[in-house]
Design a protein. Structure first.
Length: 202
């Protein structure tokens, strides 16, 4: 079982936090696995920085190498052993895009009656839960084309990610759809999602 990572937390002025994020993310000798910045107080332009490391020793060495004023709060802690995927899913509301409705298992009970094309997609390692503007926009445009009576002899979802658009096309057109991606995680997730949405046979 993977050991939860260690995090450096720093709270301070906006400019200083962004400078530190550059050091921790790109320019320092000890680059963090991931760096996040969150606004803490918009009135005072105070921000929080979180940098993740595999071990406490790495986090301690990195924090020691930084020049941080004494009035800036900084500390190291180990993240709790949580199911972060499930936690992130609970924060993703359903996406309505025309007659398509993209949702996770945690929102199954919210599925409106009579939804023409519900698409069950769980947040995971592949892009495309419908929340990003590109996926949402493509679904809206596709629905508009269908409403206009357009038909398609063949459909290709190039760079399919989680397969959301390919699944949408397969559900709406009831025909075979090609989906392709250079990321093996995306291919695996798309195949899983296609089965979950009962279009793997198309």
């Amino acid at each position: 079982m993977a050991v939860p990572p260690y995090a450096i937390y720093i709270r301070g002025p906006k400019a200083q936090i962004f400078d530190l994020s550059d050091l921790l993310g790109f320019e320092g000798d000890l680059v963090a696995n991931a760096v996040s910045i969150f606004e803490d107080d918009p009135d005072t332009e105070t921000f929080n920085l979180q940098a993740l490391f595999d071990t406490k020793e790495e986090a301690e060495a990195c924090l020691k190498s930084l020049t941080i004023p004494t009035d800036v709060e900084a500390f190291i802690t180990q993240l709790p052993d949580e199911d972060w995927v499930s936690l992130s899913q609970r924060g993703l509301p359903p996406v309505e895009a025309g007659r398509f409705w993209v949702y996770g298992a945690h929102d199954t009970d919210k599925l409106p009656d009579g939804t023409p094309w519900p698409i069950h997609i769980e947040a995971g390692p592949a892009f495309g839960t419908g929340h990003h503007g590109t996926t949402h926009g493509c679904l809206l445009i596709f629905d508009d084309l269908l409403k206009a009576g357009d038909r398609f002899g063949s459909v290709l979802d190039l760079g399919c990610g989680a397969g959301t658009l390919a699944i949408a096309a397969a559900l709406a057109l009831k025909q075979k759809v090609q989906a392709s991606d250079i990321d093996q995680d995306a291919v695996d997730v798309t195949l899983e999602n296609a089965g979950q949405n009962k279009v793997a046979h198309l």
